[in-house]
Design a protein. Structure first.
Lengths: 470, 470
């Protein structure tokens, strides 16, 4: 079903200006162009107008108007998304949360923080760190992404392997619904068995059910120490095997990342870093971090993990000795995506499988590359079985709308599904993956999702065209 | 709206017999009487028939028949629930999961277990423990409750304070929907951003959206050691204060329970135990457990917590020295609910507040008791802010249907709500709390829940009368 939407009229623009103030309604070509992109491939969808409300009440008023006139609204955080969630696929209004950018309360008595959605994730992390508290989910884009976007996508990051993803920290959400109602989804408590879990339903719903205007997160005590090491593997698949071996031996690292050597070389050149010793016979690195409150215990743990890994064909283990080396190494890891994208690897998949299936996934990905003649580099949160697969195929800058690439990706996702995995671990489905939802979700499950969408948004104004077609 | 349901006819019974086999369809008075109760107060709702399918396909066939004829179906696990979720409020079919009782696979490579819903939680815990793995959520009834019921109620237990509740371990669910469709809600992965989180929506939905027929849980490495101590407090409120102090100091105990002295005395007599030294000036005990892989570290942690608590008016700390003492102490704690119920405290509330609000909640509960002339004992998972409030009021064995008690409970829940808390932390809403949902859920939020219910169950056959009225 193709939903019909209305184009914005001058009267709607005037209404928006009345709601948020003239200076926060943007119609100029430059603004519209800026908001036509996010970090997804090279996609481009121009909104008719960009509006930046400051309060839930302003959001509510905007929604009421759009709901009445069937004007699409696309919520947008910092625009760092990798599945096209923040793109105005059907035009209409882009509603940016940039001005809702206050941390409202750090509750040290209850280890909670209440924040608005437009706060940069790293700013939030640092603010709570300053009082000895820890908010772990740290996507690679944490220096620029918004916490609200992290909620919308159920983001992960390197620490997820020990500490869980965004959904594991969200206690309660203030949400504006498409009809303008403002609700709280739960309570500020650690356990909740009070009706359906609307909080968890909102997390990862990619701005299609409502927009989050206040967020209550639980925090944990900040671990005092961490240790970091880099282990070079001569065989990519063995790096994958080692990952599940570490857990089977009873260790729970605070990060366990895999980076294929090609990706590391690209990023090392980009940031002009020599921190990582790269020998010619290395196929991939594992980055392993442990954290806790007792350095001696951590040293023992690192040694034990190191000695466990000697059964594989590895090179010399590199220990990041001081804060600067750690920072350098993490910077490298965090900038991999950006670097390989600049090198032409524009298509990124966010596959996730049960951890022990990682070697099978890697084998399959490489075989696909050979079969269909594309270059591919793998990296990601191996401890969670979450492997980012970056594809470079001459003449195919986007997967979206490319039929040949769609066939390749379908093969990839069918492999992932056969391994017990799924399409996205932390990027969301958005625009670019929605065609593949039937690979992993049965028709009845998809129908439930559509029914939930219609319950929240009967006029289908919110972020149309994302996750599934209606 | 009062939904009209059909009574079962002889032809329906014959159909049920064909689906599951004659011997698994129960119509005799004794069976119907047995399935008319669960552990909730003294409630009694007799089903027309009890049926015990073995497979998802049998469940599907039962649902199809009931859906076609508008016959209510109430799913039931072990019947240990405390909110009336397993009671056939509108008659019809009770569908027991007793025969779906196999652990299907313990996947040691991926640290996962796949199980049917009718497995006793403790059996599951022990089976995975035997291979060095840990499934933490352990409700007090773990020796008799089913894992399927734990999913339905999003159960907690003492370990939740460090390890989280059921929702934090469920990766994927096979669900039979009211129309007979059989779906998987997700994938067997640790991170998932693939469409709406149907898995989390099912957890805690109290058998109103579908019935879970297979469950995939993540497991973690089993901690090697634990230490347990009991700290007597002379002032109940100080015990509450100490709870949040422990976390603010950076400790994360693996259990942090509070038991008011009256409750402990009642249970000590019942089980004829002298393990716990009770001095006359004690008001409450905190039970504190730490766990990990290094005994020295744990000893240090216990000492540090102990020394932190000397700032309060406490008695002599009792350390459970060996496995037997620990078992004894936990047995006492686990049987509190049963013991106080036998003593006439039949009404149990499952309040939960932000941890630091525990003293305010305790004060409020005691004040309510005085005001309305009832006896009350408090105990529960203090580390989570989850306080069970047991009420004994002469002549009022049930809260359900008692108007005077409803007014009292409304006052209690308004207090809880004003403290940032909610009605149920781990028992669910079921029948007995549904009248109070509007205290904590705004009309628009309740409407969303109703819409979700209608999406999953348009004929409203599944567990009618629970959580909210339609």
């Amino acid at each position: 079903m193709q939903v019909e939407y209305k184009l914005l009229e001058a009267s709607h623009i005037r209404q928006l200006q009345t709601i948020v103030g003239e200076q926060y309604v943007f119609l100029d070509a430059e603004s519209l162009e800026h908001y036509a992109h996010d970090e997804t491939e090279n996609l481009h969808f121009k909104p008719e107008v960009v509006v930046k409300p400051r309060t839930p009440e302003e959001v509510s008023a905007i929604f009421k108007m759009c709901n009445q006139h069937k004007i699409p609204v696309t919520p947008r955080g910092a625009g760092t998304g990798l599945s096209g969630g923040a793109l105005a696929f059907r035009g209409g209004v882009v509603l940016s949360t940039e001005r809702m950018n206050q941390i409202l309360e750090i509750d040290q008595r209850n280890l909670q923080v209440t924040t608005e959605p437009g706060v940069i994730t790293e700013v939030l992390m640092n603010e709570v760190k300053a009082v000895g508290l820890f908010y772990p989910p740290d996507p690679s884009s944490r220096g620029s992404c918004f916490i609200g976007g992290n909620i919308a996508e159920n983001s992960g990051g390197p620490k997820a392997v020990k500490y869980g993803v965004v959904k594991d920290y969200v206690l309660n959400l203030e949400v504006v619904l498409p009809d303008g109602s403002i609700i709280w989804t739960g309570a500020n408590v650690l356990k909740n068995a009070t009706g359906y879990n609307l909080t968890q339903l909102m997390v990862g719903s990619e701005g299609t059910l409502g927009i989050v205007t206040k967020i209550v997160l639980r925090l944990i005590p900040l671990p005092k120490y961490d240790l970091l090491m880099l282990v070079p593997f001569r065989k990519l698949e063995e790096a994958g095997e080692a990952v599940s071996e570490i857990f089977r031996a009873g260790f729970v690292p605070s990060a366990l990342e895999l980076v294929e050597i090609d990706a590391l070389q690209i990023v090392s050149k980009m940031v002009d870093s020599s921190v990582v010793p790269v020998t010619p016979d290395t196929a991939a690195h594992l980055i392993i971090e442990v954290d806790g409150n007792d350095t001696e215990v951590l040293m023992k743990e690192m040694e034990a993990i190191g000695s466990l890994l000697t059964r594989y064909d590895i090179g010399e283990i590199y220990f990041a000795d001081d804060a600067q080396q750690k920072t350098e190494l993490w910077k490298l890891r965090r900038r991999v995506a950006e670097a390989v994208k600049l090198k032409g690897y524009t298509i990124e998949e966010d596959t996730v499988v049960p951890r022990a299936e990682l070697p099978s996934l890697i084998r399959g990905v490489k075989a696909l590359g050979k079969k269909h003649a594309f270059e591919v580099v793998c990296y990601g949160h191996a401890g969670d079985g979450n492997l980012h697969v970056r594809i470079h195929k001459e003449g195919t800058p986007n997967s979206y709308g490319d039929e040949a690439m769609a066939l390749i990706l379908r093969e990839l996702f069918e492999l992932v599904h056969s391994l017990g995995g799924t399409i996205s671990g932390e990027h969301g489905i958005g625009l670019i993956q929605k065609g593949f939802m039937p690979v992993v979700a049965q028709p009845a499950a998809l129908e439930l999702m559509r029914g939930i969408k219609r319950t929240f948004d009967p006029n289908l104004i919110l972020n149309p065209g994302k996750i599934f077609d209606l």
